[in-house]
Design a protein around this ligand. Sequence first.
Ligand code: PMP
Length: 410
Amino acid sequence: MTTPPLTRDRFIERYGRYFDASRVDAIRKLNYLLIEARGEGPYVYDTEGRRYLDLWNVGGIHSLGHRNPVVVAAMQEAMRGEDFGSLFYFSEAKARLAETLAKTGPPGLEVTFPAVTGSEAIDQAIKIARGATGRSEILHGNHGYHGVTGFALSMMAPGEMRDWAEPLIPDFRAVEYGSIAALERAISERTAAVVLEPVRTDYDGRAPEPGYFAAARKLCDATGAKLIADEVVTGMGRLGHLWGMQRWGVSPDMLVTAKGFSGGLFPMAGVLMRSGTLDFWGENPYRIISSYAWSNVGAVVSRTAIEETLRLLPQANAMGDRLDTVVNDLAAKYPALVRSVRRTGLLWALDFRDEMAGALFVIGMFQRGVIVVASSQNLAIPKLYPSLVCGDEQIAELAQKADETLASLS
Ligand code: PMP
């Protein structure tokens, strides 16, 4: 007897109670429930055989396409001999990954501190900045999303994403993202770090004015604060370069990577930093111990993911230019719905005139088999994070289904 497919209804009936009921219910009510069966390239398939064009890719985890064959093959090969290894020891797999990061990262960032998740890596970067400077104040761009652990959550804008967990960690202060004047007013010799994303991905997809990061760099140099770039989303090719800060031509003091660094297959994260940053630890190298930080298998996956990203970027950037035309044509056709389109590299933010229209667009696209998301902090601005393997077929599919969805909303 063959088991029946795990339909959405069967999933809810049979397994729904094993997950957070409010989440299952909320997703079901939005008709946004996907029971994943498999992923392949730019697509995800559900258990009922429906195909979805994935233009979210969990914000970049699947930037190389689902189950990228080069990364899968490297992982399979690694698993013939490697395992997790130990956080105390080194290995060739980890050494080669660290060397690759040093050679492909912004100039001056030579050392990588391993971590597992983006939130964890952000927490480590902030603690290290506090330790290295002996100061406590952390300035961060307003409406950023930096994760859900203690230090990371302390940067979340007030509201339902964080208020329930209060009190959080003291001495964090939001500054207006993109404003040099605001940063200049706030920064001082009390500031341990300034935490910024190269583009404010979760809220509005806004890129700062040219010169913003160069100015932030100068202000940090003048005050001795560390400039921390959160590249969990903007790294690994998203802004058209391997790292977003390379687009702005500025080297931060620390750069945090996760998501796409996993190659879509193995949880991996890291904090790149300048040599000597950890000197304040003195003789005790084990002030931060994270048992899972950098598996040997994962290290092979991440190194392959970097190489594959660099290989695919030229064609992906060309694809991005074609996709941009389609997105702008759609925005021009539906001006009553879409106010503007913001593009930076391979990231698009569609600025809808209101939150309801943005949310209905996301749901309408899902019902037509295209995954896009609005940000957790701003439903009016759905975003597109296409994988680097998208081509003309996927662009045509987006054009047609977005046109249908927008027509149905007007
Ligand atoms: N920084 C940014 C910009 C993010 O988008 C996220 C996750 N969405 C994080 C940090 C946290 O990463 P993780 O979910 O791996 O903890």
